[in-house]
Design a protein around this ligand. Structure first.
Ligand SMILES: [Zn+2]
Length: 699
């Protein structure tokens, strides 16, 4: 678990008491107790109030509020409020403010609006962290440190430019090596000295036209942000070694490599703000990426909105039961918290219409009542599944460098969206409730029996060997179009794609066709272990034209269509889906973006080959996951649908296809309803259940 001090599910969130008078704060305490809040995060935006002038700290107001919070037995994550620097800091030290991608020096304002490499920002942020650590290290209600907030500023100032040059020198050693790695002979971009290197901005358009430069800049900004985080975190950790230190990651996760950042933290903290149109499986994918950031350890959901957000084009209210369902979905995937932004709705400013526990109209609200119910349930669950891990035998390899490089690449299609593509493969597992880990390229893969490599465009040194060994040892691997194309610097691999993985998949790719959005190609299956309705499958997006060497052809391109109109397709009849027996294992290749039904069946076939099955049979839109800790096994059943669903509770451990669903006698304790259950168990539309395995107990 995150900390021995708080061995329970953390419930509460961001509180900004510097906006409120004493009477309101007293009222808030009563309402927090009523809602079952056990943790508050503060003061995220209070640097200006804590340090009104350089070196003069005013802690009295915060002491008073913290004491009041602790008198009510509520813990706190103390936030270093360094996300919003005070005006005096921006005015006094010019290096603090960032330069944007257009080359404009920005003026004071906003939040997360500083240069992460600014010397004066880092000096003053560290001094503030030191002062807070010194002042609050022994505060009994202190449960952890929340460093800054939603890092993610890209700066293009002269200081960043100099730092970037130093970073490149360290990475590449010599200018000759850099020229080689960036392949600067293309378009005559040779540089003779590191001081000729510019940050990729709108001033030179390198952010669009020089993928190798932009890719390294994104890596550099990630490293700079890690440095900025550690500048404070090391001080806090030294003062309170037993307490967790972390930062919260913005819901928009692409811009910083979280698989690089989070290992520097005691846990991942993620702000979950789904769009109203996001499917439950897409939210689940993001949760699982966060779980993967620290190789399967539990994490924190640091922010959600209790109700509507304010920055979507159309801010739908959370429907009755939705906040509860989203909260349990986070916990079902590995979160040990359900924290919210914000506790009291601000009266003005950008987020005045953003949902809160306590709305402008007070406590007599649907949302407050729903939060009270959730609070009572979490209190009842106590420590339950806290710290629990998810056991998965299947994995999807996810990689930020690959994400960036794929989307930076000009061609073959403007519609490249890595996360959306990965989601198609993730959803095929999720819809069948087969647990899957989202893993880094550096993760040891031998524990997984089925491994999917969606669009593994970039093959990093040693990764091909890892995959080769995995398949040879008897595991099943799937790769797709746009795989094995480039190295770490986005230089394409000489020889045919998928490059060093060609022998494993037993094929080579000659060309890749990009389809217009309305175009599709039928895929005719030649016969395989995949059960399919004939002619029902379609390929879209991209189509590899490939040649097999040792692979068997499972499916071929058939007739092509522009909308409903049949069109000529010169590669009709050529292979689209293949399978290669390699060593003791199998390597599948999918040469085009297939529809959901096909992906579900292929994933099902691969999993069956390895003896992996859904844990339970279900009816309805049920999401089923499991977490296990020293106290046992906890099953989450969430009904995302509008109809009643049913889970057939058989014996869950390594459930085989032949398992006698519903009759094998394992008893589960429904922890929310205080009753023992077995067999067919109905879950109402929108409802959730948390079931603890109770071996040998009567129903
Ligand atoms: Zn800068």
């Amino acid at each position: 678990m995150l900390s021995k001090k708080t061995p329970f599910i953390l419930y509460g969130g961001d509180y900004n008491p510097d906006q409120w008078d004493e009477k309101t704060i007293d009222e808030d305490m009563k309402l927090f107790k009523k809602a079952g809040v056990n943790l508050l995060v503060l003061p995220v935006f209070s640097w200006a109030k804590l340090e009104p002038e350089e070196g003069r700290y005013e802690f009295e107001w915060l002491d008073k509020i913290l004491n009041k919070i602790w008198e009510n037995h509520i813990y706190v994550f103390l936030a270093t409020p360094t996300t919003a620097q005070p005006a005096w800091l921006s005015k006094k030290y010019a290096d603090v403010l960032p330069v944007d991608i257009t080359g404009r020096k920005r003026t004071h304002g906003m939040r997360v609006f500083f240069c992460v490499n600014s010397e004066h920002y880092r000096l003053r942020a560290r001094a503030l962290a030191e002062a807070m650590a010194e002042h609050y290290r022994d505060f009994p209600g202190l449960a952890g440190w929340h460093v800054s907030n939603e890092y993610g500023t890209y700066c293009y100032c002269e200081n960043c430019q100099n730092k970037f040059r130093g970073w490149l020198k360290k990475r590449y050693g010599t200018i000759e090596n850099l020229n080689d790695r960036w392949h600067t002979s293309f378009w005559g971009r040779t540089v003779y000295d590191f001081d000729e290197i510019m940050v990729p901005s709108e001033l030179n358009d390198d952010y669009r036209f020089s993928p190798a430069v932009q890719l390294d800049y994104m890596r550099f900004v990630t490293d700079s942000t890690i440095g900025c985080y550690l500048n404070e975190a090391t001080v806090l950790k030294a003062a309170t070694p037993d307490l967790p230190v972390f930062s919260n990651i913005s819901g928009y996760i692409k811009k910083l490599n979280q698989f690089e950042m989070v290992p520097h933290m005691d846990c991942a903290g993620w702000d979950n703000y789904p769009a109203p149109t996001d499917e439950p499986a897409f939210i689940a994918l993001k949760h699982d990426i966060m779980r993967g950031a620290k190789d399967g350890a539990s994490y924190l959901v640091t922010e959600q909105s209790p109700n509507q957000q304010n920055w979507q084009p159309y801010n739908k209210l959370k429907r009755p039961g939705e906040l509860r369902r989203l909260a349990y979905q986070g916990m079902a995937h590995g979160a040990d918290s359900s924290l919210y932004f914000q506790m009291r709705q601000s009266i003005a400013g950008q987020e005045k219409f953003h949902g809160a526990l306590i709305a402008h109209c007070g406590e007599d609200t649907r949302i407050f009542r729903e939060m009270c119910v959730l609070g009572q349930e979490l209190k009842k669950l106590g420590r339950a599944f806290v710290g629990g891990r998810t056991k998965a035998r299947a994995a999807i390899v996810f990689d930020w460098d690959n994400w960036w490089a794929l989307e930076l690449s000009s061609g073959p299609t403007q519609d490249m969206d890595y996360l959306k593509q990965v989601y198609k493969y993730y959803k095929a597992f999720h819809s069948q409730n087969i647990p899957v880990d989202m893993v880094k390229t550096t993760r040891e893969l031998s524990a997984y029996d089925v491994v999917v490599l969606p669009l593994m465009y970039m093959v990093k040194p040693g990764f091909d060997e890892k995959i080769r060994t995995l398949v040879e040892s008897g595991k099943t691997v799937l790769a797709t179009y746009m795989s094995g194309r480039a190295d770490e610097n986005d230089r394409c691999i000489f020889g045919a794609y998928p490059g060093p993985l060609g022998d494993v998949f037993g094929l080579w790719v000659e060309e890749t066709d990009a389809l217009y959005p309305q175009e599709s190609v039928e895929i005719t299956m030649d016969g395989s272990n995949i059960h399919y309705p004939e002619g029902a499958y379609r390929g879209r997006f991209l189509c590899d034209i490939l040649h097999t060497t040792t692979a068997r052809v499972l499916g071929r391109y058939g007739r092509a269509y522009d909308g409903a109109q049949e069109i000529r397709c010169f590669y009709s009849g050529s292979p689209a889906i293949t399978c290669n027996d390699f060593g003791k294992g199998r390597a599948y290749y999918v040469g085009t973006e297939m529809d959901t039904l096909f992906m579900e069946r292929l994933v099902d076939a691969m999993c069956r080959e390895q003896g992996i099955y859904a844990p339970f049979k279900t009816d309805g839109a049920l999401e089923v996951t499991c977490r296990e800790n020293e106290d046992g096994q906890f099953w989450f059943v969430i009904n995302h649908g509008s109809e009643k669903g049913c889970v057939y509770l058989g014996k869950a451990l390594d459930c085989k296809e032949t398992a006698d669903y519903g009759h094998s006698g394992t008893v589960y304790r429904d922890l929310l309803r205080d009753r023992n259950v077995a067999g067919a168990y109905e879950i109402e539309a929108g409802d959730v259940a948390v079931l603890k395995v109770m071996e040998g107990m009567p129903v």
